[in-house]
Design a protein around this ligand. Sequence first.
Ligand SMILES: Cc1ncc(COP(=O)(O)O)c(C=O)c1O
Length: 407
Amino acid sequence: MKKQEIFDSYKNNIMPTYTKTPLIFIKGKGSRLWDIDHKEYLDFFPGWGVGNLGHCYPKVMQAVRDQVSKLIFIPNNFFHIPQAKLAAEIVFRTFPAKVFFCNSGAEANEAAIKFSRKFGASTPLSADGESSRTIGKGRFEVITFENSFHGRTLATLAATGQKKYQSGFDPLPEGFKTVKFNDINAVKNAISDKTVAVMLELIQGEGGVNLADKDFVLELRKLCDEKNMLLIIDEVQTGIGRTGKLFCYQDYGITPDIVTLAKALGGGLPIGMMIAKKEIADTLGPGMHASTFGGGLVICKAALGVLRGIQKEKLLQNASKISEYIFQKLNELKNKYPVIKEIRGMGLMIGVELNQEGKSIVEKCMEKGLLINCTHDTVLRLMPALNTSKKEVNKAVGILEEVLRGN
Ligand SMILES: Cc1ncc(COP(=O)(O)O)c(C=O)c1O
């Protein structure tokens, strides 16, 4: 297909749900991508958080090749080895838990919401920390936060604390209350006898790379324990080494009741996962929830390749080292260019807040061969792969500086 035929096919045959950038990529390796004209790009936002190991990570490619040559699909009413291995690996690396497999972040969060409702249907809220004094069963309300993002299904949209994603889709499912981020009193005030869970991103990605305060998270954990509410941590974007730990909650020193994962876990293939503490995991029994493709052979093999790669190549250590370096480099830029208001983030989840809109900067970086993102109009978002080198950081920051200089 010629370039114009590709663009025409999109225009004529595919619903216009994405703001498209007119680039057609045909090859990728590590942090590099090549387009149809063989122009090379440095990808500092690989796959919107999917590419934690960069493009075409060898262990993932090998795992996929190996599996497709043996067996591609087997439904979930049978057993298979890659699913058993991946579940055991995840439980080993998190906390005593059981997992549910699905295909995306929204589905993982949807599963967490269903799980919470089932849990709330049979367990009461504790009042004032006294487990003996209870105020009602049949709980279903989930507290979420302003500027959060939890997905595009109707329930996860209702959980998302950003009106712009919700408008036009009323009526959304009831049972969600959105409160101010990092405000423990706002959470306390929102609790009713119907509240069953709190859903939180420790770093809001789509919402502008906003970090949860450590004190807030610790208080929230305590509050959830006191009130017998589930603490759901959405690690769809922060998980799988993004922040320098395998899971961001490990940076906060808490154990969640539920963790949701997707994006980077599959190394580029679609996967979603809900992890729930062992003592509550059997809340969902046979027939209550399912996914035809969830936890398929190929994707589980790929995810095992991701986890092995992170461990064998010490990529968490590399991410922390590169994080320090890139923050230093970006802060040097901040000192030179007043257009940069703030640099924030954790590990390799980085936001560069500007005093102006970031769209034109992203476009100019792209012209010069650097791919980054802009969220919330003014926040440049960089999420380089965990195996990024210092040389690649120098190149990326160099391009960004050229653009800022000419701005
Ligand atoms: C924190 C968070 N949760 C959920 C989702 C939804 O994931 P998916 O697009 O895989 O449904 C996203 C997507 O960006 C996300 O960043």
